[in-house]
Design a protein around this ligand. Structure first.
Ligand code: FES
Ligand code: FES
Length: 169
């Protein structure tokens, strides 16, 4: 029997009826039409389905939808600010860390979880933080470059914000 799932999705209170056992990927993509979350392996190995739950990166393909009851979920659709890309998205574009783009939503969200927790990650920190996300196209160097540039951009924005200029991270 369906249960009502109420949670915060990309900053908005969201409520819908869900069959027990349905996965978060299916509810996001099929019920809510948020197809930015990709589905690759479906066994927790590729990271294409990465979303943030209460700020932590999780594989939505392994997450029962009802387990996010009352939690805060961020998908790629909620990362940018209006029509302005998030600095991580800008950095990925500027470093050519995007080719086919299939892995990119998950990469951006893993990078966000990493950079929210560590504003100046070492190369080892970046490699570890992104280790759950696979990419068939870019090799990983450009993604590493993208995350490093994103860290620089976010630090600069924080400084602008601290000195009173407009900025949202
Ligand atoms: S689709 Fe979820 S980890 Fe691959
Ligand atoms: S850009 Fe194609 S899988 Fe990563």
């Amino acid at each position: 029997m369906k249960k009502e799932l109420s949670f915060e999705l990309n900053g908005q209170h969201t409520s819908l009826w869900v069959e027990p056992g349905r996965l978060l990927t299916d509810v996001l993509r099929e019920d809510l039409q948020l197809t930015g979350t990709k589905v690759g392996c479906q066994v927790g190995e590729c990271g294409a389905c990465t979303v943030l739950v209460n700020g932590a990166a999780v594989n939505a393909c392994l997450t029962p939808a009802l387990s996010v009851m009352g939690q805060s979920v961020l998908t790629i659709e909620g990362v940018q600010n209006g029509d302005r890309l998030h600095p991580i998205q800008e950095a990925f574009m500027e470093t050519a860390a995007v080719q086919c783009g299939f892995c990119t939503p998950g990469m951006v969200l893993s990078a966000k979880a990493l950079l929210d927790a560590n504003e100046a990650p070492s190369d080892e920190d970046i490699a570890r933080g992104m280790s759950g996300n696979l990419c068939r196209c870019t090799g990983y160097q450009k993604i590493q470059d993208g995350v490093r540039l994103a860290a620089d951009k976010l630090r600069a924005k924080r400084q602008d914000t601290a000195s009173g200029e407009e900025g949202q991270l």
